[in-house]
Design a protein around this ligand. Structure first.
Ligand code: NAD
Length: 424
């Protein structure tokens, strides 16, 4: 029996490493070339296993349908195919309805297009303060009038059963308010990064989710990206021994002096916008929470950066002894992550772009399928709701970042190292 793996981009990959295999049995023989059906994927990876007489539509159902104890490492492909043929296909589900709140850049250019590719969730509604946008989105995406809200009518969404999930894509200062109001309306919520302006706000959002009994996730899309998942695995399994140093930088040159990202009251600044990617990278690469923070900030455009940081450098110390030297900027383009471990190194460049994540290690390139990160993220969240399973990136993940961001600001203010109590 031969097994072929076809990924979402339609390219079959021979002899590649698949991160969900938990580091084992990751060599899959490919014997044929075949395009997947349109829109036929779900979960974090659009992977089809094609076998004679049986096929499975997703890695999620693939993983779930393998009988307990039947590890990939332990099974020949013949046995695996028989096992797969003997289990039932997951019945198709009615996609959940999602409403995007705030139709700016990220909603327009990334989320709405991604929602054309999702299987478990569909673009059902919008919340906007601009009537012209409402009309354009209604036309473009066939959104019924009854599912279009303004910020004034937002709370009426509680009475709309077509909306299951609210995705908050607003300026950072509005995340807490709209997330809490969405939970009060009885909806599940995804909130964009950074989660909020303070640990206190994050805690109140998590409390609102618990009170509502609804699912909550933060829009950290990198957790769904295969090469990034491999970085997490290499660190977790200490493939190159203990991690000693993480360096990462995330930035772009911001030219809009009147944008909310330049205003403190809106939660602007490089640290809040791009800095959380560098911070996330250090946390997911090490799998640890920092216990000490130092930080410095600089600007070459003082007239523009009166209220918020243009370039921030920050250093983290982890319980294992690993250290991270991280940076973020609204003044320069950069995007890289490098991990130095006791017995080797690995890096991604870029590490947080929407696609084209490129990796290599001391042993050679890290090549993984390119996926639509946002589609994977939203599909998996919807699947979590359908199955009532834990989400991959819960509110606590955003809170843990904000705890460090608060320490970064404190260190900048005082010029001193800030120690943080260990957390699990
Ligand atoms: P944007 O400025 O392009 O869009 C913000 C939207 O909010 C606009 O439609 C604006 O009209 C609306 N809005 C409502 N009330 C507003 C008010 N009082 N002031 C200003 N705008 C108001 O911003 P964006 O780049 O789309 O970012 C939105 C959120 O998405 C941010 O939290 C950002 O961090 C996040 N984001 C995430 C990613 C990612 O890759 N995960 C990428 C980009 C942005």
């Amino acid at each position: 029996m031969r097994v072929a793996v076809v990924c979402r981009d339609g390219v079959m990959r021979n002899d590649v490493f698949y991160p969900w295999c938990n580091g084992t049995a990751n060599r899959i023989l490919a014997s044929t070339r075949q395009k997947p059906e349109a829109n036929s994927w779900q979960g974090t990876m659009n992977t089809h296993l094609l076998t004679t007489g049986s096929s499975l539509s997703s890695r999620r159902s693939f993983i779930k349908q393998i009988p307990a104890g039947l590890g990939l490492a332990a099974v020949s492909f013949g046995t695996l195919a028989e096992a797969m043929a003997s289990v039932k296909q997951r019945p198709p589900v009615k996609p959940l309805g999602i409403a995007l709140v705030g139709l700016g850049y990220y909603s327009t250019d990334l989320l709405a297009p991604a929602l054309q590719e999702t299987k478990n969730v569909r673009l059902a509604g919008i919340v906007t303060g601009t009537p012209a946008k409402a009309a354009a989105w209604k036309e473009k995406y066939g959104i019924p009038e009854k599912n279009i809200y303004s910020y004034e009518t937002f709370d009426r969404i509680a009475d709309n059963p077509a909306i299951d999930i609210i995705y908050v894509v607003l300026p950072n200062s509005m995340h807490a308010e709209y997330t809490i109001r969405a939970f009060q309306a009885g909806k599940h919520v995804i909130c964009e990064k950074p989660m909020a302006l303070s640990v206190r706000e994050c805690a109140s959002m998590i409390e609102a989710a618990e009170k509502a009994g609804k699912k909550f996730s933060i829009g950290y899309r990198m957790h769904f990206e295969p090469t990034t998942q491999e970085i997490m695995r290499i660190g977790r399994e200490q493939v190159y021994g203990p991690i000693r140093l993480v360096t990462a930088g995330a930035g772009y040159r911001e030219g809009r002096s009147d944008h909310w990202k330049l205003k403190k009251a809106y939660g602007g600044g490089a640290m809040m916008d791009m800095g959380v990617y560098s911070l996330q990278a250090a946390r997911y690469a090490t799998g640890e929470e920092p216990i000490a923070v130092t930080a410095q900030t600089f600007t070459t455009r003082p007239d523009m950066f009166k209220e918020v940081d243009e370039t921030t450098l920050f250093q983290l110390e982890f319980p294992s002894g690993a250290v991270a030297s991280l940076s973020t900027s609204f003044g320069m383009n950069m995007n890289y992550l490098q991990v130095t471990a006791q017995n080797g190194w690995y890096r991604l460049d870029p590490f947080s772009s929407y696609s084209g994540i490129k990796g290599e290690s001391k042993d050679g390139p890290l090549n993984y399928p390119v996926i639509n990160q946002q589609a994977a993220q939203m599909d998996e969240f919807a699947q979590n709701i359908i199955d009532n399973t834990p989400v991959r990136v819960p509110g606590e993940e955003g809170l843990k970042d904000m705890r460090v961001v608060e320490a970064i600001y404190q260190s900048i203010r005082t010029g001193e190292k800030v120690t943080l109590p260990p957390i699990s």
